[in-house]
Design a protein around this ligand. Structure first.
Ligand SMILES: Nc1ncnc2c1ncn2[C@@H]1O[C@H](COP(=O)(O)OP(=O)(O)OP(=O)(O)O)[C@@H](O)[C@H]1O
Length: 249
């Protein structure tokens, strides 16, 4: 079963092809890390997959009605905008809107579970716009989790989080994948990608240049080609460690 199927997805912006014929399937149980340098096309890929920008090719999600899509996929965009000074609980409850009807016990349970997963219970009654940047990011992740969709797509969800919350959030995504969800996250931390993702998809200049298990894909050659860096890499009891070292010019 596929939760997302992309075929030859391409996007041209201002007469420049920024996404070039990307094909990808994401299934239950997968935590897919979308990696690549700035401007590689990660955001464009996710937005085109969701049907938020015009594209050629096929996306199973873009083909759905907005109502059906909101039940199929939760989306956490890179811009973390909280428009109204509502409580964290109310913000997270907005994730339940696609489920329609008047909120009932199942909705309250989903909100409680999302708040607990993101360690936000102490913030439940705080005004979301008055939280720190990282706390707001966690609240927006919780809103996406409360949507309780088979697929979660998040654009740099751990950017700006402190190390403990970065690790904890990747563990939340991994647990969701183990529960049978599919997750796509873009991220720049190669160490966290290597340690937590079941698969990485590498974009460079709009093209998918590699995909597969991190241990197979994240080679010295790939890091040099895609990111122009060398990195320290070791296998430890806690999993792989990647530390970027030098820019290769
Ligand atoms: N509205 C737009 N008009 C023209 N070009 C755009 C537009 N939006 C994005 N681009 C270009 O498309 C390319 C891909 O951008 P995208 O935001 O998908 O990259 P990204 O991999 O998510 O980068 P980052 O890691 O910096 O977030 C970039 O070169 C960007 O300048």
């Amino acid at each position: 079963m596929s939760l997302l199927s992309l075929r030859a997805l391409s996007v041209t912006l201002r007469e420049r092809q920024v996404l070039d014929s990307v094909s990808l399937d994401v299934g239950p149980g997968e935590l897919v890390g979308l990696i690549g340098p700035n401007g590689a096309g990660k955001t464009t890929l996710m937005r085109a997959a969701l049907g938020l920008i015009g594209a050629t090719g096929e996306s199973s999600l873009a083909a759905l009605s907005p109502e059906a899509r909101a039940k199929a996929a939760a989306w956490m965009p890179q811009a973390r905008e909280i428009a109204w000074p509502v409580t964290v609980e109310t913000l997270v409850a907005l994730g339940r809107l696609p489920h329609g009807r008047r909120p009932g016990p199942a909705d309250r349970a989903a909100v409680d579970a999302a708040l607990a997963r993101m360690a936000l219970e102490p913030f439940r009654h705080r005004t979301a716009t008055r939280l720190s940047g990282g706390e707001q990011a966690r609240a927006l992740i919780a809103r996406a989790l409360a949507q309780d969709t088979p697929l979660v797509m998040a654009d740099e969800p751990i950017a700006g989080l402190d190390p403990a919350h970065q690790i904890a959030t990747m563990e939340v995504f991994r647990d969701l994948a183990r529960d049978g969800h599919g997750i796509i996250v873009s991220l720049h931390d190669l160490g966290l990608a290597a340690r937590h993702c079941t698969r990485v998809v590498v974009l460079a200049e709009g093209r998918m240049i590699a995909e597969g298990p991190p241990s197979e894909v994240m080679t010295a050659d790939l890091l040099a080609r895609a990111f122009h860096i060398s990195a320290f890499h070791a296998e430890t009891a806690d999993g792989p460690v990647f530390q970027p070292l030098r820019v290769i010019r």
